[in-house]
Design a protein around this ligand. Structure first.
Ligand code: ATP
Ligand code: MG
Length: 356
């Protein structure tokens, strides 16, 4: 297959990890007989420096014209004092909007060789490998009205949780589809005992189930879901939920892995290119030193292969190569133990490529 990938290295360690991820994708192309074309563009602080804005029009145009986007990270301390619209982070928010991505996927994986870093006991960490599918464009984060009202008895504040049925349906469909590609179990998380939006959510999940009969559906209230994620995280395959619940649960999920710096993410829209990036930020404290861990970027590239290109064997190969370097005891500084000699970013990249 022939695919066009836009690479947005961004700031801090972003350029260091995406350079290695691109090399890994080039190796995938060679081994599996594909052609990947890469185009780089600016975003974030790097775009401000080069073009005076965190999201140049050319960057958006290139991303839209490609099959998928691989992003490094945005953000640098030197921009923290300017207006919000001129900060590097505005570039990423603008890009998500421009690409109309409505779903955020965060795999929660415990890598057995790194499990000691998890705050959970070993007994509950077997087979922890699930995905949280979070709705990104609706709910409390965007609903209006949103206001402060001065009343006779003092200040009142209003936020609005608003969803259209169409928004609920498309995220639930994606949840079902991802479950079909994985363990065929979908957990829909809501608060249907209290919220009207959650009742429609639950009804919609039930209605769509007829179209995905091979997927086992169950419902969890969000408070119970928060408990189950620490009590028995191995029970989950795919969790699908609305914006706020997903925001909270995906950080909870990330924390139990003990390897937050290793986690990838994907943001998907309807038909357009997906956006793939590590969960970690630009890590200004270690930028430029060549010691950043590129594995989260590699796993983001694996998600691109799977979700944007339908290259399942290729995605599995990348993930297995990452598992293999860990099993072989290779570590970058952030995940190294007392006896380990840490690898540089480039050495880790090389180690994964040779195991592919
Ligand atoms: P953001 O605000 O962009 O979410 P942050 O400042 O909260 O980011 P990170 O930039 O992710 O957080 O960095 C948090 C800590 O983790 C820093 O000490 C950083 O050096 C470390 N870190 C993050 N990513 C990596 C990585 N890929 N390799 C090594 N260390 C990392
Ligand atoms: Mg930061």
């Amino acid at each position: 297959m022939n695919k066009h990938i836009t690479v947005l290295p961004g700031d801090g360690i972003g350029p260091e990890v995406t350079a290695e991820a691109q090399k890994l994708l080039e190796e995938v192309a060679v081994q599996f007989g594909h052609t990947f074309e890469f185009t780089a563009a600016h975003i974030g602080g790097a775009a401000i420096d080069a073009e005076g804005t965190p999201l140049p029009e050319q960057t958006v145009a290139r991303c839209k014209a490609s099959d998928a986007v691989l992003l490094g990270a945005v953000g640098a301390p030197k921009y923290d004092r300017g207006p919000a619209s001129g900060r590097p982070e505005a570039g990423l928010l603008g890009l998500r909007k421009a690409l109309d991505v409505f779903a955020n996927l965060r795999p929660i994986t415990v890598f057995p060789p790194l499990a000691a870093a998890s705050p959970l006991k070993d007994e509950v960490l077997t087979n922890v490998d699930f995905v949280i599918v979070r709705e990104l464009t609706g709910g409390l984060y965007f609903g209006t009205p949103r206001e402060r009202i001065q009343t006779d008895h003092g200040l009142e504040v209003v936020d609005t949780l608003r969803y259209s049925e169409q928004e609920i349906e498309r995220i639930l469909r994606l949840g079902y589809q991802i479950a079909q590609q994985r363990g065929k179990r979908l957990t829909s998380v809501d608060k249907a005992n209290v919220l009207e939006s959650s009742r429609v959510w639950r009804e919609t999940a039930e209605r769509l189930h007829a179209e995905y009969p091979d997927v086992e559906l169950n419902h969890l209230l969000v408070d119970n879901a928060a408990m189950q994620i620490v009590k028995d995280p191995g029970q989950f395959d795919v969790i699908v939920t609305e914006n706020l619940f997903g925001d909270i649960l995906s950080d909870e999920g990330a924390m139990i892995t003990g390897s937050i710096g290793m986690l990838p993410s994907a943001s998907l829209g309807a038909g357009g290119p997906g956006l793939y990036e590590p969960v970690h930020g630009s890590a200004p404290d270690i930028a430029g030193k060549g010691i950043a861990n590129p594995l989260a970027s590699f796993l983001s590239a694996a998600m691109m292969l799977r979700h944007s290109f339908g290259m399942f064997a290729e995605a599995d190969a990348v993930e297995q190569a990452v598992q293999q370097v860990l099993a072989d005891g290779l570590r970058t500084a952030d995940i190294a133990g007392p006896g380990d000699t840490p690898l540089s970013t480039a050495e880790m990249g090389e180690a994964v490529r040779t195991r592919l």
